[in-house]
Ligand binder design. Structure first.
Ligand code: ADP
Length: 274
């Protein structure tokens, strides 16, 4: 009852008998469609700032005699090129994490340090926007993995919490231990009381380039890649990302990862085996 793609080959053995080889190409066809989609999206995203820079540079030449206009256009060119740099950096990050390869050298990572690092990166934005940013690191919590990637994932969530909140909003970043059947998990939680996300969009926000409000995302320097990076980093750490949100009330994103207990000095056995 599901659509599939098969490559069928028929090899005659005798006049009455033949061998039919059917290769299931469903996954390959689906991956190819995803890849094509990605390339189209990337080209579109790159074209916008490149087009703007090109037009602005023409305008600078035209306005050469008017220093104020030149300064204003040059400022906008700087803004667009910063955007371009950010986009390229995120595409590189995404291609680095989306292969879902096992992590190269997983180590014990202190969760408190991940939270501190992630919040540091967003502090200036939060202050500029009048958002109170608070960290409540759980005590002695550790996971196994790549500290830089984990900090990147958490900072993407904190960045969103800050950008999709109104001035005066509060963002709380915390971690706690959670028991799920026999597994001990570390739950990293980023909560805001910002604009929230409608139910219909919640299913799609982890898709690459998906944005609820294109204009707001763009104005904030967003490109719709942040959450897909978070999802891939969580998966590479054998974790999951969840979201709760209500328009007008705010959002809570959680990353749940297997805990690395304090007395283990080596990474959990078998961690690198997918
Ligand atoms: P972007 O670069 O647009 O922020 P993301 O992948 O990080 O891309 O997020 C996808 C979309 O999900 C955003 O465009 C935004 O509409 C929505 N979103 C993400 N986080 C939040 C949040 N904390 N509050 C409200 N909306 C959010």
């Amino acid at each position: 009852d599901q659509e599939g793609h098969f490559a069928v080959r028929v090899a005659p053995l005798t006049e009455e008998l033949c061998v039919i080889l059917a290769e299931d190409r469903t996954t390959a066809v689906r991956l190819e469609a995803i890849r094509r989609d990605f390339v189209t999206n990337v080209s579109h995203e790159l074209k916008t700032p490149i087009g703007a820079i090109s037009l602005l540079s023409e305008a600078v030449v035209e306005a050469a005699d008017d220093p104020d206009t030149v300064r204003s256009f040059a400022g906008r060119m700087q803004h667009e090129s910063a955007r371009l740099t950010g986009l390229v950096a995120q595409i590189i990050q995404l291609s680095g994490v989306q292969a879902d390869d096992p992590l190269l050298s997983p180590r014990r990572v202190e969760v408190g340090e991940v939270l501190a690092e992630a919040v540091d990166v967003c502090r200036v934005d939060a202050d500029d926007r009048g958002i109170t940013l608070t960290v409540v690191p759980g005590e002695d919590l550790a996971v196994v993995g790549d500290e830089t990637q984990l900090a990147m994932a958490v900072s993407n969530l904190v960045r969103n919490a800050v950008l999709y909140s109104e001035p005066g909003g509060r963002v709380v970043v915390s971690a706690r231990r959670r028991q799920e059947e026999d597994d001990s998990l570390v739950e990293i939680r980023v909560t805001d009381n910002g604009i929230g996300i409608a139910q219909a969009d919640l299913k799609r926000i982890f898709e690459r380039f998906y944005r609820v409000d294109y204009a707001r995302s763009r104005a904030n320097g967003g490109n719709g890649l942040g959450l897909s990076i978070v999802k891939h980093i969580a998966a590479a750490h054998r974790g999951v990302v969840d979201v709760w949100s209500k328009p007008g009330q705010g959002s809570t994103f959680t990353i749940s990862l297997p805990e690395h207990s304090v007395d283990e000095s080596e990474p959990a056995p078998g961690f690198a085996d997918p």
